[in-house]
Design a protein around this ligand. Sequence first.
Ligand code: ZN
Ligand code: ZN
Length: 417
Amino acid sequence: MSADDEDSPTIIIDPAGDVVITIADERYPLSTASYRIKSEKLQNCSPYFKRLIGSSSFSEGANIQAQLVQLHKKYQDAKDAPTAELPSVNVDHIGQIGKVKDIRGLMTDFFRINHDLGISGGHLSVPLTNLANLCIVCDRFDSLEILKRYVISNNIFAGTQRRKSLPARDTWNEERSRMRMLVAVLLNHAPWFEDTAQLIAKGSRVWAEPEDTADRALWWDLPMIEDELKCRRSAIISTISSLLSHCVSLYTSGTLQCKLGYSNSLQCDVYQLGEIVKFFNRLGLMTLESTMAGTDGRDPFDGDIIKAFELLRQVPAYQIDKDHAHCGLRNRLIPSIDDIQTRLNQLAICGDCWSTDRAALLWTSAKKPLIFSSQSSQDETRRRIMRTSKLGHTCTKSHERIRDLCLSVDKNWKIPR
Ligand SMILES: [Zn+2]
Ligand SMILES: [Zn+2]
């Protein structure tokens, strides 16, 4: 950043700039600064600034246009004009960025990118926070396209990925993950959509405490996908819950579940039912209580869905005696968990379909199927493959498989005995 002179806080983006923009965001009073920019370049990249300084339909724009006419009469070349004589305009909000001490570096980078100058200090290794904040500022001023071109042509995604400051791969950090998702959504960067899988599986610490979000960075309320992430998590939890209830209902149905048909088969079922309820109860996934006084709404499961599957897989092979080796829950639950987990490989929002077929991808806008049969879906799936999305994506069918299972109003669990 270079200053015009000692007395002026103006940061010169382009010495031949013809307009001064003062950024005075009330959240950063100590970072108020002016930037000498070239109005034509900024307007070309940012419809926001085109409206603000180039449109004669607004008084501010008309005023600046009139001043520019005078300026060009006085100075043939704008670079000869002293900064103090340039028309100026104020902007008071730069977007919901994450906390920084000083916004001048960020705003300098914003204006530099809009002048095809690249960020100050080079682009080899841009911290993730800076990239996410730049996205927020560019989103605020409608100039994501130029940022996207700059980031792609300089391979900044890879540089950000390689930075040493990144925590080890196995330590999940929700805030960093959210920054990557924000960049993915705003710059249409497909690979970083993968982070959505973990947030869906683990849930967010901010979903349970809907406190004041006014001062939070934009990545804490991800544009376009925050509701989608919540919707997917809650639909998956409902699906697992439905499976557990179904397992219990098998043993309370009156239809014999014991595979042997011995005289003690009824006792075998009763024994298994008791063990199932105790097992789910130990995991904190089921309770038995009287409903006489009504039931109070309990909060939904707030743990890690993938860990819940691991716990369920540990279900012991309960046996009433040595003959009844395959009568219990284990034989029924594990194949169903295998089935759901195979589908859940498609848990993340697909970055490819996000760019090309968003309407078909979103669970929030999908029609809920009335009924879904867990094991008899092959025909339906085959039918769907035939009419893949209009762009012919091969992944569409797998997205639909998990979506229809999770969103269906009734789930017809076909569990092998
Ligand atoms: Zn049995
Ligand atoms: Zn896809």
